[in-house]
Design a protein. Sequence first.
Length: 371
Amino acid sequence: GINAEYGQHRGCRSFTFHKGNKHCWLKHTPFGARYMRNKKHLKSANLNCNNYKNLPSWPQDFKWSNSGTPRGYTCVKTWEPKGPSTWNDNYMCWRNDRADPGLRWSFAGPIAGQRCTRIYEGAEPAKYTWRDNYLCVQHNSPYHFAWAYSNGLRNTYRRQGKTCIQWIEPADPYTWKDNWLCSARYTGKAVGKPLPSWPQDFKWSSAGVPRGYYCDRIYEAASPAKYTWKDNFFCWRKNRADPGIRFNMNGKVSNSRCTQIIEPAEPTRYTWRDNYLCVPPNSPYHFSWAYSNGLRNKLHKAGNSCIRWLETADPYTWKDNYLCNHRVNNPDPRRHFSVQNRRGRIIRRRKTGNVKITAKWRSIPGRLTRI
């Protein structure tokens, strides 16, 4: 592209978009773009991708949404299955051109091995079970959240030097107009760690958080307690950056890349058919799920390596389930591929190192629009 030399001197990536044939030429993954226009038929951008190794700053890089995932953001879903259905599209989000801050949500008590902040609205009826909901981070997180369920408490936190983001759900009548998530101002710093390598830096546990690891809990609330899914975790080494893995038991999360986690032998009443493991859109991990040894063998032949997910207390054939991925060694978060829709074709050009993407301009991820 005409912008390649400029990108080498002024930024880590560049791309050129041709308005006529709607083709893009780019190097590595585009995010955090600063746009420039030149010539009549071309639009070019120089991209500063170094920001991706920095954690998001509080509060300016975070955003609350009560109507789905905003474009250009990665989110954690904040929902209560026993509450009003309008909570099903509520998210706490951060810019997707930043490192993952490790926020995780639980509607069933604190997550073991994490530092959790209770999200509570006293006016909610007891039947909605909002008294055991938590927003959690790892213990090494720079974010120390405090929850305010009134404007008075928010003002107290402000006097302590904290800044707050409002969590509002207009369709919930129980005083959700004065609730705030607060924390001290934080300027995002470099994570200083590589992302985990696959498979050697990951680990499955069906008995709590293993020593030396951070984890995401793998939990299906509809599964009987005797099957003990509440202490199941998928983990990565503590000396690696957070890979942004999040398990969701209520369908896919938009603006994320999700892999269905399913065991067909599970009875439908245990609702395992809407469970997904999601990663940010620019993740280097492209997971595949195998619910039989036969599927695992096919994935092995295709070059994948697999980690077994085993819950011995669940009788429904959880002895042959695997999460698989091609081997990934010390992935650099600044070199991830962009996420295109299924209609796009990606073609490598060995001589130039550029990538030609056949896709419409609107199919390029929202992070290209971030300034």
